[in-house]
Write a protein of this length. Structure first.
Length: 93
């Protein structure tokens, strides 16, 4: 897992999706916290991290569908259950 400085800017100031770009660091931080919870749920099963299983767990637990590319989590997502997603926001942001 990469560690990127919070002051790193990979977008232009006139980017049409500037708010999305600015909020990515918060998204990644929230996913890290959710991943800890996910891994604790696997502890009983001696499981290892799997992005596809993590995505399924997030959908069922927090109503968040990740965008995966070749098994890697991207910065895009879709809210599929707003009530569950509110719990994600309250817990991890």
């Amino acid at each position: 897992m990469s560690v990127i400085s919070k002051d790193f800017q990979d977008y232009d100031d006139d980017d049409p999706e500037i708010e999305f770009r600015k909020n990515r660091m918060d998204y990644w931080q929230a996913l890290k916290l959710a991943r800890k919870e996910y891994m604790q749920s696997l502890n009983d099963l001696n499981g290892q991290f799997d992005a596809w299983d993590f995505e399924e767990w997030l959908e069922k637990t927090y109503g968040l569908k990740l965008s995966l590319l070749n098994g890697n989590i991207t910065d895009k997502y879709e809210i599929i259950d707003e009530k569950l997603y509110i719990m994600f926001i309250l817990k991890f942001t």
